[in-house]
Design a protein around this ligand. Structure first.
Ligand code: BGC
Length: 722
């Protein structure tokens, strides 16, 4: 049960000056000083356009001093910091806040802990392919244990943006294209980060982002505008956020984009009507980085003061690093342009989260000793390996895998021998040297291998080639949209050269998004989708290659045939002219109708057969049972998926929609009955007035091992007459 701190909050508000109140809404990051004359953004641009190397950048960063704006902190002008990641600094700053400010209100430290802190686990898109909520929660828990030891109180995660356009770099940060999966994933992460008692020192508040519909950025271009119907917003983009609010998330970050022409940071309907009034959210909202001030560039505010006024009146509580609130709110209040009531509401929301976290009683939640002892524990590493093994998707296998012990591997491709690349995007505390690359793992596990450097003659004594291809980690994540998601020519050439030897070739994919790989799918013997798998990358990959682990992951995102097919996703509407052979149907002239790999696809070293799908309609829901048999000769785990379709409704409905799933281990030859109970409310939709309705009529229910190959049966839903 959550405690109620409303009296304490009101008492504090009575004591606070306007300046102190505004201070609580200010989150600042440490500024870099001393080492160079340009801004941090300019420095990043210099690496980006090649004016300085990555190594130069690292050198500059490590020699730069940080300015923590201590004078402002002492004056009560700072409520929170973003980007600190060490216990010593956190405690020093906390000490100033607690002992040197007039009211001693503790600071809140926020940080992007997206897929692990020091023990980096697979990128979220990868981990979602495990279809395992307990795993999602456990990895979030260890992330919280490490991050809180490093002084962090709140993570800017989970990201629950449903993403259906592979060109968008941030698809790597979320759970893929499905609404239900993103909802379950988000709720599991919230529980894992926050634990069962937020006041505990190893519990970290979850800030769910990016509210809302950021995944629908036009053309997959980051920061781009979003334009969509309310039907789509309510059915496809909002449910994961609502699920996270229900799971108790203490913070929400509005997205950079607009909804219906109003940027989310200043969107009153979104931040107040929906989030607070309808969903009953009582945590804090915090802007995305600089987003309030950027409302001027967006063309929705005349100047920073106008942006600040619009934001606070819309229901935005904390300003992440744009200084819009700190520079303008005191004056706006003095001029009565913004009400004290609006200010108090925002401050109360921030204080409530600080109370929830127990910061008033225990402002110093960590120590340098705890920090030292907390990182990269053996149990964390082994969980990271388990997560990677459960995230690796076997996309194709022409009976080559698993490999026989003792064979000689020829390994090619930079990512096979690059530890730092294994962390993927958004692993800012990670030390790449903690990671095990494929080559490291081959060495420690005594695998017979040769690593092919560029331009070496391909040795003749290799039995099988493994080519690491895909994309580098900085090609996905924020500000990493791509117009073309095909493999580059040099990677295709490498594969061709290896194939020409006549030996089997395995494409080992490292990437943060679906890639368009029709040529690879046709020409290589096997494809392993490793994503960016984290610290235990090499060990997990070897375990899959040699069959110590039987792969079980299934795609949570569709692999298109070409970039031009994006966005592509399984839960699409039918249209009046679904793609078909005839010319006048919905399709491209130059790609097949179907993607290369559909949502839900993923192979195993065994095979599964489905039979006897039976449905029975009850009062509140339909029960489906199906028999699943392991038809191969080794044990394996199958992810059984259940979809429905509303055949005729007053609004158009998706051709299939995931409503449940079950992950089951099966011994060789074993058969099990899997039962799904689908409550009728899961089959509903939003009508023209955004009321959730379930319509009487015929539905189709599908069960299968991916979104395409399913058994199906129809049933009739008739509401009970009360
Ligand atoms: C990103 C957020 C992130 C924030 C803080 C922004 O640029 O959009 O997802 O949490 O930076 O680092």
């Amino acid at each position: 049960m959550k405690n109620n701190y409303e009296k304490e909050i009101q008492d504090l508000l009575m004591e606070m000056t306007i300046e102190e109140k505004v201070g609580q809404l200010q989150q600042c990051g440490p500024s870099l000083v001393g080492a160079f004359d340009v801004s941090f953004e300019e420095l990043v641009n210099m690496v980006f356009d090649g004016r300085i190397s990555k190594a130069d950048f690292q050198n500059i960063m490590s020699s730069a001093k940080h300015d923590f704006h201590e004078e402002d902190l002492r004056a009560g002008k700072i409520g929170s910091y973003n980007g600190l990641n060490d216990a010593k600094t956190a405690n020093e700053l906390q000490k100033i806040a607690v002992t040197e400010t007039r009211l001693g209100i503790p600071l809140l430290f926020g940080y992007d802990v997206i897929h692990g802190y020091r023990t980096v686990t697979p990128i979220p898109l990868a981990e979602s392919c495990a279809w395992e909520p307990e795993l999602w929660e456990r990895t979030a828990r260890i992330a919280a244990e490490e991050a809180t030891a490093g002084g962090v109180h709140m993570t800017f995660a989970p990201m629950v943006d449903v993403s259906r356009d592979a060109r968008w770099g941030r698809v790597s940060e979320g759970a893929g294209e499905d609404v239900l999966l993103s909802s379950i994933y988000g709720a599991a992460k919230v529980k894992g980060f926050q634990g069962d008692d937020l006041t505990k020192e190893d519990a970290m508040a979850a800030c769910v982002k990016h509210f809302a519909a950021y995944g629908a950025a036009e053309a997959g271009k980051d920061y781009n505008r979003v334009d969509m119907s309310m039907q789509r917003l309510f059915e496809e983009y909002l449910p994961p956020f609502e699920a996270c609010v229900k799971a108790g998330a203490r913070a929400i970050m509005p997205a950079f984009n607009d909804i219906n022409g109003i940027p989310c940071s200043v969107n009153h309907w979104l931040l107040t009507n929906l989030l607070r009034n309808q969903w009953g959210f009582d945590g804090m909202t915090i802007s995305d980085a600089n987003a309030i001030a950027e409302c001027v560039t967006h063309g929705i505010a005349e100047n920073t003061a106008d942006a600040a006024k619009q934001a606070i009146e819309a229901g935005l509580d904390m300003d992440m690093t744009s200084n819009a609130f700190s520079e303008t709110l005191v004056k706006l209040i003095a001029e009565s342009a913004v009400s004290v009531e609006a200010l108090d509401k925002a401050v109360a929301n921030v204080l409530r989260v600080k109370f929830d976290l127990g910061l008033f009683d225990h402002p110093y939640q960590t120590s340098e000793e705890r920090e030292k002892a907390a990182m990269l524990k053996p149990a964390y590493r082994s969980l990271a390996r388990e997560a990677a093994e459960k995230s690796i998707v076997l996309l194709k296998n022409e009976t080559l895998l698993p490999l026989k012990p003792g064979i000689k591997l020829g390994i090619a491709g930079e990512q096979a021998n690059n530890r730092g690349e294994m962390t993927g995007a958004w692993a800012i505390k990670a030390d790449g040297e903690d990671c095990v690359s494929l080559i490291d793992a081959c060495m420690t596990q005594g695998i017979d291998y040769v690593y092919l450097e560029e331009n070496t003659v391909i040795p003749e004594d290799c039995d099988v080639f493994v080519a690491a291809v895909g994309e580098m980690k900085n090609q996905s994540g924020e500000a990493a949209s791509r117009a073309s998601i095909e493999l580059p020519a040099d990677q295709i050439n490498l594969l061709k050269k290896l194939i020409e030897t006549g030996k089997p070739v395995i494409a080992l994919l490292f990437n943060g998004r679906p890639l368009a790989i029709p040529w690879v799918a046709e020409h290589v013997s096997a494809i392993i989708e490793a994503w960016h798998p984290g610290v235990e990358a090499g060990n997990a990959i070897l375990n899959v290659l040699f069959g110590k682990v039987n792969p079980s992951a299934k795609l949570t995102t569709t692999f298109p045939y070409a970039s031009g097919q994006c966005p592509i996703y399984y839960a699409h509407m039918n249209t009046g002219r679904p793609g078909g052979k005839s010319k006048f149907t919905s399709k491209y002239l130059d790609t097949p109708l179907v993607p290369v790999y559909p949502f839900g696809h993923g192979l195993s070293y065994t095979t599964f057969a489905y039979s006897e799908l039976q449905l029975s309609e009850g009062q509140e829901g339909v029960t489906a049972s199906v028999k699943v048999r392991n038809t191969g000769d080794r044990e394996g785990t199958e992810i059984v998926q259940c979809y429905i379709r509303d055949i005729v409704a007053k609004r158009i409905r998706p051709v299939k929609q995931l409503v449940d799933f079950s992950k089951i281990p099966l011994q060789a030859g074993e058969e099990r009955e899997v039962v799904f109970y689908v409550p009728y409310h899961k089959m509903g939709y939003y009508d023209m007035n955004m009321r959730h309705v379930i319509e009487e009529g015929e539905f189709e229910l599908f069960v299968g091992g991916n979104s395409v190959d399913c058994l199906s049966n129809k049933f009739l839903y008739k509401p009970a007459i009360s």
